[in-house]
Design a protein around this ligand. Sequence first.
Ligand SMILES: Cc1cc2nc3c(=O)[nH]c(=O)nc-3n(C[C@H](O)[C@H](O)[C@H](O)COP(=O)(O)OP(=O)(O)OC[C@H]3O[C@@H](n4cnc5c(N)ncnc54)[C@H](O)[C@@H]3O)c2cc1C
Length: 386
Amino acid sequence: MTDTSDLIGIDSLLTASEIALRTGVRDFVDAEIRPNIARWYEAGEFPLEIVPAMARLGLLGMHLEGYGCAGRSAVDYGLAALELEAGDSGLRTFVSVQGSLAMSAIHKHGSEEQKNEWLPRMAAGDAIGCFGLTEPGAGSDPGSMTTVARRDGDDWVLTGTKRWIGLASVAQVAVIWAQTTGGVRGFVVPTDTPGFTATVIGQKLSMRASIQCEITLDNVRLPAAAMLPGARGLRGPFECLNEARYGIVWGVLGAARDSYLTALDYAQQRLQFGTPLAGYQLTQQKLVNMAVEINKGTLLALQLGRLKDAGTLQPHQISLGKLNNCREAIAICREARTILGGNGITLDYSPLRHANNLESVRTYEGTDEVHTLILGQHITGIPAFH
Ligand SMILES: Cc1cc2nc3c(=O)[nH]c(=O)nc-3n(C[C@H](O)[C@H](O)[C@H](O)COP(=O)(O)OP(=O)(O)OC[C@H]3O[C@@H](n4cnc5c(N)ncnc54)[C@H](O)[C@@H]3O)c2cc1C
C-alpha cells in the first residue's frame, strides 16, 4: 500500500527502536486524544487526567538523563512530539513546557537538591512545572523584563508580573526568571508560596486544549537555595528555549501530516460535479504541495535531531528548522481546510483547529521574525534586532 505521507522512504533512516517508540505514542494519541480532542478544544479544557498515561509512556522530560527520566535520544523526543501534535498542539505543548522548559531548567541549571526534589516527581507526572519568562511588556525581548528579585537577609523576594505562562494554574512548581543586581537569574518557586497567583487567560482562539496564565508575584519570599545556581544571564533561559524550539521543529509536522491526511481522505470520498475532489488537478496540486513540504520538513527535522544527538546542533540551525517548519505547517493546515469546504470550519475535522493552534506555535519560542533575525545575523554577521 502507498504510504501517502512518507514518499521518499524517510522511515528507512530510522532505527527499529525509534519506530517502536513512535508507534507507541501514535497508539496513545489514537486511543486517548483523537476521540476527545474536539470536546476538550470546544470546552477550552486541558485534560489533566491524561498526564499519568503520558508519564507512563516516559514522555515527561524524556530526553533527560537520570532522576527518573527516560534518557531517550533527541530523535526519539522529536518523533514523540510529532505524534502528540498530530493529536493536538496543546498536548505537545504540555510535554514541551513540562520537559523542555521547566524540567530542563532544573536539570541543566539546578542544584543537586533541586534536581532530587523536583525531577523524579515531574517525570512521574506527580508534579507539574511551568516556566515564567515572558511579561506583559517583555516578549521577543526578554532582556527588558521588569520582574525583580531582591535580597533580604539570606532570602530572595520576587516582585513582578509574568504573562502567557503555560500550566501555571495547575503547576506545583514554577521556574521564574527575574532581574537581580547580578543580571537575570532563575528561581525555583513552589506555587503555594504566599504572594504567587496564577490567573488563567481566557477567550483564546488558539491552543484551547491547553492552559496559559498571567502570574503575579507579590513579594514572593524564597530561601537562598531557591536560586538556580547554574544559570547566569539570559543564556540560562535561552538554553531551555532551544530545547523546546527543537521539539517544535518536529511537532508542527504532526499537525501538518494530520491535516494533509484528513484532506486527502476527504477529497477521495467527496463527489462534486460527479467526480471525487481528489480527481481534480487543482486539488491534486494542493495535496502534492503539502506532501512535498511534509517530506522536506521531516528530513530537516531528522537532520537537526541527528546533529543534536551528536552534540553539534547550533542555535541558528534550530531557528532555521523552527522558522521553516512552522511556516510550512500552518500553510498546509490552512490549505487542507479549503479542501474540506464548509465542513472544514467545524471541529469534526482537524485542519482548522491545527491551523489555529499553529498561530500560537509560530509565536512562542521565538516568532518567525525573531528566527529570521537570528539567521540574518548568522549569515551577515550584523545583528538587526534593534
Ligand atoms: C499559547 C502561548 C503559550 C506560551 N507559553 C509561554 C510560556 O510557557 N512561558 C513563557 O515565558 N512565555 C510563553 N509564551 C509567550 C511567548 O513566548 C511570547 O508570546 C513570544 O515571545 C512573543 O512575545 P509577545 O507576544 O510579547 O510579542 P512581541 O514581542 O510584542 O511581538 C509582536 C510582533 O512584533 C514582532 N517583533 C518583535 N521584535 C521585532 C523586531 N526586532 N523586528 C521585527 N519584528 C519584531 C514579533 O515578531 C511579532 O510579530 C506563550 C505564548 C503563547 C501565545
